[in-house]
Ligand binder design. Structure first.
Ligand SMILES: Nc1ncnc2c1ncn2[C@@H]1O[C@H](COP(=O)(O)OP(=O)(O)OP(=O)(O)O)[C@@H](O)[C@H]1O
Length: 243
């Protein structure tokens, strides 16, 4: 199986001296849904930001679909990212002055790719009748579905999602997670999702655990109970190390 994303020996130390990533190597196979979990401050968001090319690691390499993202610089990297990487944020990040359709098509415009008809994708995501609405008229769950459609539109090698259900009620969260599964298993995409929620992580095919900026194991075919148990153990470990 091809890797959609591979990170090799990633290190990230911020200007304030905090080491958020301390030598992380991991591969995410194409067509899989992986959740990234770990205690607060363990480096989950930093890993996602560096893997997506939104932030630069201090050292290490990132490959997206076989191309080394860390070998490209500035404009070339932005261009590569716009074409090959989708991102879903906790707070949706939709442009308030653009309609649903315009928001969804924006990545194609930015990537200089040909415009396409977003009807099929919006229909599949249950937004067929909201195409010309502004985001402010939509619920949180609907906004996040627009964000997922926007992340899909360039047919990226990978979609990174940072706490995509963090701002949603339980029902909307379940809808968005079901959608992310469909993105992987129907659309053949690859999703890497950071979450705090064991129930959300149980929608993924596997879970990767981080603790103190390092990999701390993985779990295939996760259940919410197994994930919660592993997390509690990691929390204990971190507390003991800090003590
Ligand atoms: N821009 C930044 N500048 C300085 N330190 C940062 C920055 N971003 C994150 N950190 C620090 O890096 C470490 C890892 O942060 P990160 O946000 O990646 O962890 P996380 O696992 O996603 O945490 P949480 O679950 O709380 O969102 C933390 O100690 C955090 O305070």
């Amino acid at each position: 199986m091809n890797d959609a994303v591979r990170v090799e020996s990633l290190y990230k130390t911020y200007d304030n001296g905090v080491t958020a990533l301390d030598g992380v190597s991991a591969a995410f196979a194409s067509g899989t849904f992986t959740a990234v979990m770990g205690p607060s401050g363990s480096g989950k968001s930093t890993l996602l930001q560096c893997a997506a090319g939104l932030d630069e690691p201090t050292a290490g390499r990132v490959f997206i679909g076989g191309t080394e993202l860390t070998a490209t610089k500035d404009t070339a990297r932005t261009k590569f990212r716009r074409g090959r990487v989708g991102f879903v944020f906790q707070d949706y990040n939709l442009l308030p002055s653009l309609t649903v359709e315009q928001n969804v098509l924006l990545p194609l415009r930015l990537a200089g790719k040909r415009r396409k008809d977003p009807k099929a994708i919006l229909g599949r995501l249950g937004l067929g009748d909201r195409t010309h609405e502004l985001p402010e008229r939509l619920s949180g769950g609907q906004r996040q579905r627009v964000a997922v459609a926007r992340a899909l539109v360039t047919e990226p090698a990978v979609i990174f999602a940072d706490e995509p259900t963090g701002a949603l009620d339980m029902r909307s969260a379940r809808e968005v997670l079901t959608l992310l599964r469909a993105v992987v298993h129907e659309f053949g995409r690859t999703v890497v999702m950071v979450t705090h929620d064991p129930v959300a992580a149980a929608h993924a095919d596997s879970v990767l655990f981080l603790a103190d900026g390092r990999l701390a194991g993985s779990l295939a075919r996760p259940t919410a109970e197994a994930v919660a148990e592993r997390l509690a153990h990691l929390g204990d470990l971190t507390t003991r190390i800090a003590a």
